[in-house]
Design a protein around this ligand. Sequence first.
Ligand code: ADP
Ligand code: MG
Length: 392
Amino acid sequence: MAWKTLDDMALKGARVVTRVDINVPVSNGKVTDATRIERIVPTVADIRTAGGTVVLLAHFDRPKGKVVPELSLEQLVPTLSEHFGHPVQFAPTLTDAKAINLKDGDIMLVENTRFDPRETENDPSMAVDLASLGDIYCNDAFSTAHRAHASTAGIAKLLPNCAGRLMQVELQALEKALSNPEHPVVAVVGGAKVSSKLDLLGNLIPKVDQIVIGGGMANTFLAAQGIDVGKSLCEHDLADTAREIMAAAKAGNCELILPIDVITALEFKAGAEATTCAADACAPDAMILDAGPESVAQVEAVFDAAKTLVWNGPMGAFEIPPFNMATDAAALHAAKLSKAGKLLSVAGGGDTVAALNGSGAAEGFSYISTAGGAFLEWLEGKTLPGVAALES
Ligand code: ADP
Ligand code: MG
C-alpha cells in the first residue's frame, strides 16, 4: 500500500483535518438517509480515542463557489453530534475555524468547502488556508477522490497525510478485487448503454477472465452479431465498436458472455406481459428487458468457478418487475458464494447498489461501494487525484 492509515500517524494532541463525505439527502431540514454519516463514525472515533482533535471538511451539494444559506453544513450539526456521541462545534468561516478553541477529543465542522470558488479550482491558496487548520490531513472521502479539489488533493501535499478508515476499507477492497485479485476473475457489466461503459470494458478486458455483458448493453452486442433485437434499447451506431470489443476480448483471452435467452415485452411498464425466448428470437415489435433463466444458470456456473467478482450495471431493467429477475437471481447467488467464503465480490454504481439493496443481495457481498463516480473511474483504471495525493 502506497498510502498511510491513521495507525501510522502521531494523533495524540494533533489537530486532524479530515475530509469526509456527508453530502446526505435532507428534506425539510431532516436528514432522510444518514448512511454517509454512519460510515465516517469509525474515523472520528479513532482520532478522538487516540487523543486527537477532529476538524471536519466537507462539501454539501453544489453551491458553485457562492455562499448559499440553504446549503450550509450547519443544518447537519445535530445529526453529526448524535452519531459521534459528542457535540460538534460549527465554524461558519475559515477565520472562525482558526479562532475556535478546541480541546483534545473535540470535533469541529467547517462550513461547506464549495462556498469558496477556490475549492473546485484546487487553488493553492485555498489548500494553504485549509492546511493551516491542523497538523495532519486525513482523507476519508473516497467518493470525492476523483475530483482534484483543494480539500481532496491540494491540501494533502501540505501536511503529513493518511487515509481514514472508510477510505482504507474501500481501497483495500478495490485492490483485492482488481489490482491483485485471485483468479478466475469475472466481471458483470450491465446497464443501459455501451457508450457509457467503453473505458470500463477497455480496462477490464486485460484484467479479468470473463465479462458477463448484461442489460441494454447486451442488445448492442447481439445486434452487432446480426441478431434482430426488435424495438429493444440498442445503440446500432456502435455495432463496429462492439465488434472491436469482441475482437479485443478474444485476443486477450477474456471470454465475453452474452445472454442465451431473454425476457421480452411489448411495453416497458409494470404488469406488462413478459415472454421468454432465445436471444435470437425477439419479436420485431418487442423489447428485450432482461436476461432469461438459461442465461442466469450460465452466469451462476461462471460465479461458481470464480474466485473474484466485480459488478457494475444491472442485467435488466430491474426497476420494473419482473425484469429484475436475472439481476436478483445472479446477485443472490453471488451473495451466497461470498457468505460461504468462496467468492470475493465487489459491486458499485448508483443503479447497481439500488438493485442489490432491493433484492437483499447487498448484505452478502464482500464490499459494496457507495462511491458512485469515483468507483466507476477506478473501474476504468483512471488515477483518482484524491488517492494519488495520499501516495508519497
Ligand atoms: P449504474 O448506475 O449501476 O452504473 P447504469 O446506469 O449503467 O448502472 O444502468 C442502469 C440502467 O440500465 C437502469 O435504469 C436499467 O433500467 C437500465 N437497463 C438495464 N437493462 C435494460 C434493458 N434491457 N433495456 C432498457 N434498459 C435497461
Ligand atoms: Mg446509473
